[in-house]
Design a protein around this ligand. Structure first.
Ligand code: SF4
Length: 228
């Protein structure tokens, strides 16, 4: 069993409790126009080429055991800080078999596991994988079906069905809303997010002004253009 990962970032502080390692998994079924990890969208291994010619390979295949061994090198630090490992991406649920295995290996070692997901996955996958985690960051990007389709390329109903499950499954979670200027930061959208949260925890993420920086390195244009 191998999984494809484009980055493992150690000592992260904003992806769950304590000090963590965040694993960025390759591949995503959505194409959010503001995505700040474009190298995580394709399932293929890609090369980023900087202006000075330096190249960075985006994507590496790991066996679950090899990645678990790598992550567990920081197990002491994680335990001392109440931290753990967070899976992000890309969309981690797009590699469900690998995710199931790696989470199980980490759990055997007592490591706290979190996932950050768009929720854009078949319900059968979501319901199988989500309860294996200790904490879930569930993206809420847009609540209007036409706008969701326009800006992400996907169907909102898939996400809403999975969120309905999340609300009742007993796993602690928080909604994460990336506030994108001109897309979902207006008063009506913010009121809709608050009503949708219905008392659950919501983290609003500011627009990442560096979001477009990686696109030219991949030979692509940033879909959002210039945003202040
Ligand atoms: S769901 Fe996340 S990784 Fe996928 S395209 Fe959207 S922002 Fe990028």
């Amino acid at each position: 069993m191998t999984g494809r990962v484009f980055e493992t970032r150690e000592f992260t502080l904003h992806d769950g409790p304590g000090v963590r390692t965040t694993v960025f998994m390759k591949g995503c079924p959505l194409r959010c126009a503001w995505c700040h990890n474009p190298e995580g969208q394709s399932f293929e291994i890609e090369t980023m080429i900087r202006k000075n010619g330096d190249k960075t390979l985006c994507g590496r295949d790991w066996t679950a055991h090899a990645l678990a061994d790598e992550l567990l090198k920081n197990a002491d630090m994680m335990a001392q800080s109440g931290g753990g490992v967070t899976f992000s991406g890309g969309e981690p649920l797009a590699q469900p078999d690998f995710l199931r295995e790696i989470v199980s290996l980490l759990k055997e070692s007592g490591v706290h596991g979190a996932i950050e997901t768009s929720g854009y996955a078949p319900a059968v996958v979501y319901r199988d994988i989500i309860p294996r985690f200790d904490f879930v960051y569930q993206d809420v990007k847009l609540l209007d079906a036409a706008a969701f389709r326009r800006w992400t390329g996907g169907s909102l109903s898939v996400v809403l069905e999975n969120i309905a499950y999340l609300r009742g499954c007993g796993v602690p979670f928080a909604f994460r809303v990336p506030l994108i200027p001109g897309v979902n930061d207006d008063a009506a959208s913010r009121a809709a997010f608050a009503a949708f949260a219905d008392g659950c925890k919501v983290e609003y993420l500011p627009y990442n002004t560096a979001a477009g920086a990686k696109y030219p390195l991949l030979g692509r244009a940033y879909p959002m253009g210039a945003i202040t």
